[in-house]
Write a protein that binds this ligand. Structure first.
Ligand code: CU
Length: 160
């Protein structure tokens, strides 16, 4: 290979190297609030019978038997935001707010984040969405209901 050919080859590869070496230009700041909530409903057994079917297993579901007045109640522990979608490269900020339930031992699987959210507290979790995938947000005390997920889409064109 002549010196000239090598020089020409190197020159032709320069634009490609430039593209590959360029840092991500698509990253945006994304912020979300995720509350620990417990929506609740009930009725008086004289008007609406207590369901005969038991709820699925797990402490995420709560069925309160009729009280002295005959009122029964059902509730489920949930994250207020069941799914969050961001793009690869985004700087993500999550504010977890404890509203219902005393404590929520929580893990974001695949992101190496773990914390206990207590009522009346805000826990801030920040990370850069490096890798595309689905990252479950699990409160181990309230399964199977208290599960959310963070979806990181691969880098690419965004909707305007
Ligand atoms: Cu919980």
């Amino acid at each position: 290979m002549s010196r000239l050919t090598v020089a020409a080859l190197a020159a032709s590869m320069l634009p490609l190297v430039g593209v590959l070496a360029q840092p991500s230009q698509t990253g945006e700041k994304r912020a979300f609030t995720i509350a620990a909530i417990e929506p609740r409903g009930g009725a008086n057994a004289s008007q609406e019978a207590l369901p005969a079917e038991p709820l699925p297993a797990g402490s995420g579901y709560v069925l309160r038997q009729p009280d002295q007045t005959g009122r029964w109640e059902v509730s489920a522990y949930l994250w207020s935001t069941p799914q969050i979608v961001v793009h690869q490269g985004d700087a993500v900020s999550l504010d977890f707010v404890g509203i219902n339930g005393a404590a929520h031992p929580t893990e974001i699987k695949g992101l190496d984040k773990a914390f206990t959210l207590k009522r009346g507290q805000v826990v801030k979790v920040e990370f850069t969405a490096d890798k595309p995938g689905v990252y479950p947000v699990i409160c181990s005390a309230h399964q199977p209901t208290m599960r959310s997920e963070i979806v990181v889409l691969p880098e690419g064109p965004r909707a305007e």
